[in-house]
Design a protein around this ligand. Structure first.
Ligand SMILES: Cc1cc2nc3c(=O)[nH]c(=O)nc-3n(C[C@H](O)[C@H](O)[C@H](O)COP(=O)(O)OP(=O)(O)OC[C@H]3O[C@@H](n4cnc5c(N)ncnc54)[C@H](O)[C@@H]3O)c2cc1C
Ligand code: FES
Length: 249
């Protein structure tokens, strides 16, 4: 693929947009991911990155720099070539149209939720985003989320939205019965708290796991997750799981 644009979006993150050099993008479902080949020194495994958005034949990834591989990706320039294997994994499910879906994200875990919000909107399924971060400066792409639907925000220091964790937001504490499905991606403690909230109220909940990966295609067992149904590969059986399969494991 060719890089068509790169944009720093704060919180050490870069928004990368790419197009196939030839032909069209394959069909991608929200929650699926790509394995991006990194050609930097000392980095020889591909890096798994969620599909953030798709517009026609252009795909975008939201990449947070945490090490050598993501640094290399963030340094790509317009016109550079990138070898991408995608789409991988299963993706979020599409709930029934009479439901109301809450998409809960934290940190760079908000990445796959934008595309899921877009898909829900296209299907006419009511939904809202609930996005959390430590502080205002770490909230990512709020404007893009707001263009799709209602966005509720929490920050731990109260610099934007309500103060506290996502599970303390008044949309959750004061709205029992309002949500018929919750889909979440973010730091493990956040997803665990969200999954518990959903479990206590009998709300179906899906979590998108970000276990470390090597091959991304089910061959190396590097990403295995213990579940109620035994060991599962996050790259091929996930990354999206029913929270009930994970919560007590
Ligand atoms: C299915 C999936 C989807 C992902 N989607 C995104 C995304 O949309 N945007 C994004 O920025 N990142 C995403 N990640 C995480 C991303 O793959 C890692 O941050 C990246 O591989 C780190 O590579 P690196 O070489 O920069 O850092 P490394 O040098 O490999 O590691 C640097 C630090 O990051 C930690 N780390 C590495 N991999 C992970 C991981 N998978 N989860 C948590 N910590 C990790 C390491 O323990 C180390 O502390 C996703 C991961 C998975 C499995
Ligand atoms: S990353 Fe190799 S099996 Fe999942």
């Amino acid at each position: 693929m060719r890089v068509t644009s790169t944009e720093c979006v704060g919180a050490g993150c870069v928004l990368l947009r790419l197009r196939p050099e030839e032909g069209h993008l394959p069909e991608c479902r929200p929650g699926q991911f790509a394995q991006l080949r990194v050609d930097g020194p000392g980095v020889f495994l591909r890096r798994p990155i969620s599909i953030h958005d798709v517009e026609g034949d252009e795909i975008s990834f939201l990449v947070q720099v945490v090490g050598e591989g993501t640094r290399w990706l963030a340094d790509l320039k317009v016109g550079d070539r990138l070898n991408v294997v995608m789409p991988l994994g299963n993706g979020f499910s599409m709930p029934a149209s009479e439901g109301r879906v809450l998409l809960v994200g934290g940190g760079v875990g908000v990445a796959p939720l934008l595309y899921q919000g877009k898909a829900l909107k296209e299907q006419g399924i009511p939904f809202a985003f609930l996005l959390g971060a430590r502080t205002k400066d770490l909230l990512l792409r709020l404007d893009a989320f707001r263009q799709l639907g209602d966005v509720y925000v929490t920050t731990e220091d109260g610099s934007e939205g309500e103060r506290g964790f996502v599970t303390q937001h008044s949309q959750l504490s004061a709205s029992d019965g309002r949500w018929t499905m919750i889909q979440t991606c973010g730091p493990t403690p956040m997803m665990r708290a969200v999954a518990r909230y959903a479990q206590e109220r009998g709300i179906p909940c899906e979590v998108s796991l970000e276990n470390k990966m090597a091959c991304g295609v089910g061959a190396c067992l590097c990403c295995v997750q213990q579940t109620t149904e035994g060991h599962k590969c996050v790259c091929t059986d996930g990354p999206v799981f029913d929270a009930q399969m994970i919560i007590d494991n």
